[in-house]
Structures are given as C-alpha cells and as structure tokens.
Design a protein around this ligand. Sequence first.
Ligand code: DGL
Length: 286
Amino acid sequence: MAGVTASGPDAARRPIAVFDSGVGGLTVLHELLVSLAHEDFVYLGDTARFPYGDRSPDELRRFAVEVADVLLAQEAKLLVIACNAATSAAFDAVADHVAHTGRDIGVIGVVTPESQQAVEATHNGRIGLLATPVTVASGAYARAVAAADPNVQLVSVPCPDLAPIIQNGFPFDEHVVDTVRAYVAPLREAQVDTVILGCTHYPLVRPMLQRMLGRDVTLVSSGAAIARRVEHALAVAGLESPKRGEGDYRFMCTADVESFRTLGTRFLQMPLGQVAHVELRAQVTG
Ligand code: DGL
C-alpha cells in the first residue's frame, strides 16, 4: 500500500473510492460497507471496457490511471483497486500517478492481503489460485505468496471465461457448472487445501466452488482483508470519518447505467440508488 497522508480540515470527511472493471468489486465494497459503515464511498465500474482479464498489462495501466483521475476528481481520501487484474498489472502505475498529482492519497490493492491470508490458512503448503489470464501471467500472486512463505507451492489456473459468465448474470446453467468444474480440476488433482479467489467476481460462485473442492478446502477472498487494511490505513493517518451513523455510497459506470444497477444490486445485496454514467477515453486496442 502507498502511504495515506491526505490532509486538510475536511480530508476525513471525503469518500473512499473503489473501482473494478465491472460489478466484481462490489463484493469488496460490500465488506467495506459492513466494516466501515460510517464512511462514505464512491464506486466506479469500468463496464464499457470489461473484461480486463484478457487485456495487456499496458492497456490496464492506461485504463487504471484514467479511472484513478476520475476518482481523484471526486475528492477521494483513499483509493481501493478492487480488481485483481488492475492491481496485478497497474498498482505501481496508479500509485506513481497519484503521487505525481501532488495529492498524498493512499492506494490499496487486492493481491497482497489475500496471499498473506492464504499462507496463514494452509496446512499442507499447497495453495491454489483461480484468476483471470492477465493476473496469472503477471506473476503477482506467485511473488506475494513466495514473499509470505517461500516454501509454499502455488498452483495457478487461468480462468478466461469465469468473470464474463458471472458478469453476464444469473441463473447459472449446466454449461456454467461444467466450466467451473474444469477450472477446479487441476486444483483437486494437486490436493491444495487453500484456494485464492484471485478475481473479485469469484465470490459470487463461492458455493459452487466450495461444493466442487470440498468443505475442507479454505477459500480466500479479498473483501474482509481489504476492509481491515482500509480501517488500519485510515486510523494511522487520522482520516477516519467523524460522521456518526451510516455513510453514503454512490456509483459510476462507463456503460449502460440500468444494467449496472440491476446486476449491481444482486452483487451488493443492497439497493444501488443513483448510478452516474462517465465516459472514459483511453483507447481500446487488440
Ligand atoms: N474483477 C476483476 C478482477 O478482480 C476481473 C474481471 C475482468 O476480467 O474484468 O480481476
């Protein structure tokens, strides 16, 4: 995490910004809303350029920096990258960009907390990773897991179809079940006892994954660990909101707002209210 030192008399009253390629980051926002109920949040889903998972790292860096600018314009006091693909490819680019704007806003990503949690959870030293292709290819989890414990073995499975299947909505049919089963097979074979859900969309198929992997396998997702990090970062910087009661939350997306509201309500399991449309311009290549 980059340092959290936003200051000024009203800094603590500013919102925490959260972003993802789509609605997956709402699984992280959900935890934040529960753990930090008095804070305000602004969420951006870059739905027009979803999925991020099969894009190049260079593209993701441009997208993430552009999104960060929109969220800085919302006067955010902290930026949470609730997308594993964007964190893996673009965390340093976003942190550097934010620092260059001259605003000392902290940036928190989703890879490190999950990796540490997984290393703490494993008993047999074999951890599985389900993630998008760009996240697996980045090696970010392999590095983070090795940094936490070099003796742990990580078995990574790129899942090109899983986030799009989830983002396309419910109900899940047999084809979805077969797709998920195929992704899980190498992890069963490797007899991992812990699996990192390396994409913020995946908690939505948690029951299916748990059933296929067995109850003894621990599934690790980012939401709760991120909430603890955010809480800690705000406390250290003296940026906890002085407000009492429940804070506000609002949304922005880059494609159709009605689709975002409908799907987002299912992901968040709370009403979304107003969703604003924002236009982003970084070129889509490939
Ligand atoms: N939710 C994003 C992540 O955590 C991935 C979905 C996508 O491919 O855009 O990686």
